[in-house]
Design a protein around this ligand. Structure first.
Ligand SMILES: [Zn+2]
Length: 213
């Protein structure tokens, strides 16, 4: 086994160095451009590098610390509703092609790690992959917000049998990264249409955070 370098900063012989671990732990969660979605940290290095290593390079042990940050974003998004009902973390779905190419589903893995960290904090939380793609979506690059919404409308659907045994839980959408929030909005629409309204979303990172947030 070759010793891996820190995925956040390249420090040798450790997958996550103490400084990067501390940066992640010290990040203060707050609202994103989508006010009901909170992110644990801005999408800047080393958090950006850690997310990329986990997602694209299979650095699976980073799921623990990244999932803890996601768990803090979940609590921030819910505020005093966090303990009101058992939580159901619903990961944004990856396409089958992406899962094949990466060899794993990074968002599902982060959702599971976040649920574990919330349980360690005494909350009833579980993760369930309820969403899937209903149709292919055109590349979002270069589209404005309204065009993104149109491009995404109806793109996601709730798996018909996946929600058994999940009634009474409050759904929270989770993802690794939020940019415009258009994908989270479409996921919220799909859940609401299936009778599972999600009033909060949480991500590890956000490309833009609200001023003061
Ligand atoms: Zn580092």
């Amino acid at each position: 086994m070759l010793p891996a370098d820190c995925a956040g900063c390249g420090t040798e012989r450790t997958q996550l160095c103490p400084a990067c671990r501390q940066t992640l732990a010290d990040a203060r969660p707050g609202p994103t451009l989508l006010p009901w979605a909170h992110a644990a940290a801005p999408y800047t290095d080393p958090v950006r590098q850690l997310l990329l290593a986990h997602k694209e390079r299979g650095a699976l042990r980073l799921a623990g610390p990244l999932g803890e940050a996601l768990g803090r974003a979940v609590r921030s998004a819910l505020g005093n509703r966090a303990g009101a009902a058992p939580l159901l973390l619903v990961p944004m779905p990856s396409t089958r092609a992406a899962v094949r190419a990466r060899g794993h589903d990074p968002t599902l893995r982060l959702a599971g790690a976040a649920a574990r960290s919330l349980r360690r904090a005494g909350l009833d939380a579980r993760a369930a992959p309820l969403l899937r793609h209903a149709r292919p979506v055109a590349d979002q690059t270069g589209l404005n917000a309204a065009e993104r919404r149109r491009n995404l409308h109806g793109a996601l659907t709730v798996l018909p049998r996946a929600r058994r045994g999940l009634s009474g839980r409050q759904p929270v959408l989770v993802d690794d990264l939020v940019t415009t929030g258009a994908s989270l909005a479409e996921a919220a629409r799909a859940l609401a249409d299936a009778g599972l309204p999600a009033r909060a979303a949480a991500t590890v990172a956000a490309t833009a955070v609200q001023p003061g947030g």
